[in-house]
Design a protein around this ligand. Sequence first.
Ligand code: 5AD
Ligand code: SF4
Length: 517
Amino acid sequence: MTVLLPRDKNASRNIKQSKSESGYKTADVNKNKPRDINKPSILYNNKKINDNAKKVFIKTYGCQMNVYDSERMVDVLSPIGYMPVETPEDADLVILNTCHIREKAAEKVYSELGRIRQLKKKNNPGMKVAVAGCVAQAEGSEIKRRAPVVDMVLGPQTYHKLPEMIAKVHRNSGEVLETDFDTLEKFDNLPETRHVKGFSSFLTIQEGCDKFCTFCVVPYTRGAEVSRPVDQIINEARNLASQGVREITLIGQNVDAYSIMGPNFKQWGLGELISHIALIGGIDRLRFTTSHPRDMDDNLISILGAEPKLMPYLHLPIQAGSDKVLNAMNRGHTYQEYKLLIDKIRSSRPDIALSGDFIVGFPGETETDFQQTMRCVEEIGYASSFSFKYSVRPGTPGASLPQQVSEDVKSDRLKRLQDLLYSQQLEFNESLVGQTLDKRLQDLLYSQQLEFNESLVGQTLDVLIENVGRGENQLFGRSPYLQGTHFNGSADLIGQIRPVLITKAGRNSLSGELVQE
Ligand code: 5AD
Ligand code: SF4
C-alpha cells in the first residue's frame, strides 16, 4: 500500500500492517467531523434559560445535515419564545430529528418514542412531540399510527413551518403532517441570523441527491439535488464570521454537485463558491463534505491544491472495490476511475487526509468481490473511514435485487422441512460471516488511521483551539487533518489558531505541546 505523507510534498512510503484497535470508530467528539451516524446528539446551547421561555429538547440522529437542521429549528423557534434544553423531562416540545439510512437507525426512533410517551404520561402531560427528518419524510402518517404520542410529523424541507404547525397542534385542528419537497422555499424562509456557539460551524450549500445508488434512501427522503443561491450562502457565512466562527464546513449530500448561476451570470460550481467564501475576513479554515467521485471536477481538484484556507481532508466514499458491486450499486464509476481520481487529487494536494465510506455484504457480493474492497483499501490508504454492513431499505432497488430473491427460493424447501433443526445454525453462521468481513476491513482501516496519525509526530501543526480539555490546564482543538489534539495551555487561547508540536499519536487523537511564538 502506498500512502503519501502529510506535509512532505514528494514523499511516499510503504506502510506495514500493524495490529489495530478493535471496536467502532466514533466521530461525535466534534460535530464537524463526519459523524458516526449511529450515535444521536443533543442540541444544547448552554444559554441561561429565561424563566418565561418555553423549552425545546431536540435529539438529533444521523448525519451532519441533520445537525445543521436541528440548529436551524432552534433559530426558527427562538422568535416564538423557545429555548433549547439538555434533557426532555420538563420540555414543552420534544423533537426527534431522525435518520432513515439504515434499518437500525429508523427503529431507534420508535423505541425513543416509547420512552417519551412514558415521560409525558408520568410528569409532563402538556408536552408536545414532533418527529422530523428522514424517517418523517419516508413514513409520514404511519408514524402517528404506530406512535400516537406524536403530535407533528415534518420532513426535512418543512422546518420553516414549525411555528405554524405548533399553533395548529395547540388549536387541535386536525392532522399536523408536512412532507413537502420544496428545498428552496425552506431556505428562503429560514431566519437570516443563526445562533451559533463555538468557532466551527456547518453551512448547508446543497441538499438532495440525483445519484440513486441502489442501496440508499436519500434520493427518496431528501429529494432531488438543489443548490442554494450564492448570495444566501455568502450572507450566512458572513453572519457566522461576525459571531466569531473561524472554520466553516460546507455540507450537502453531494456538495461537489453544487451548480448554480453566480452573481457574474456564469455557472458556479463548488470551486468558485469556495474561492469566494475564502475571501471573507475572519474565516480561516474551510472544509466540505460529502463528495461523490463522479462530481469531483478538475477545477475543484486544482482549488483543493491552491486555496490555503481549504483544510487537507477529503471524505470521498467509494463503498466497494469490485467493479461488479460498484455497478450493481449504480455508483457510475469503476475502481480504476476512482484510483485515477485519487492520484489526481494527491498530485494537487499531496498532504490530503483521505476518508471513505464502505458497505460490506451488498447483494451479490462474493468473497472475491470483498477481497477487491480489501485491495482498494490497501492501495488507496485511508486516514479515516466509516464502514457499514448493508442494510436492506424497502423501496430501494437493492432491496429487490435478484440474488436476494433466489437465496430465499433456494432455501425455501429446505427451510420448511428442516426449519426447527437448522434455523439457529444457519443464523449463527450467517452472522459470523458478516461480522468477520466487517471486522477485517475495519482492522485494516484502523491500522491505516493510526499509521497516518503517527506520521505526524514531530511535526508542528496549526490547531484551531475549540475548548478546554478534560485534564487541568488542558486545551482541545482540531488539526488541519481534523484529528482532535490535546495540549496544555491557558483557556484564553480558545478561538485562536496556534502551532502545536505533535509529540504523541493515537488512532483518534493527537497530543502535543504549544509552540511559543
Ligand atoms: N446500508 C448500509 N450502509 C448504507 N449507507 C447508505 N445506505 C446504506 C445501506 N442501505 C452508507 C453509505 C453512505 C453512508 C452515509 O451510509 O456508505 O455513504
Ligand atoms: Fe445515497 Fe448514493 Fe446519493 Fe450518497 S450518492 S446520498 S450514497 S444515493
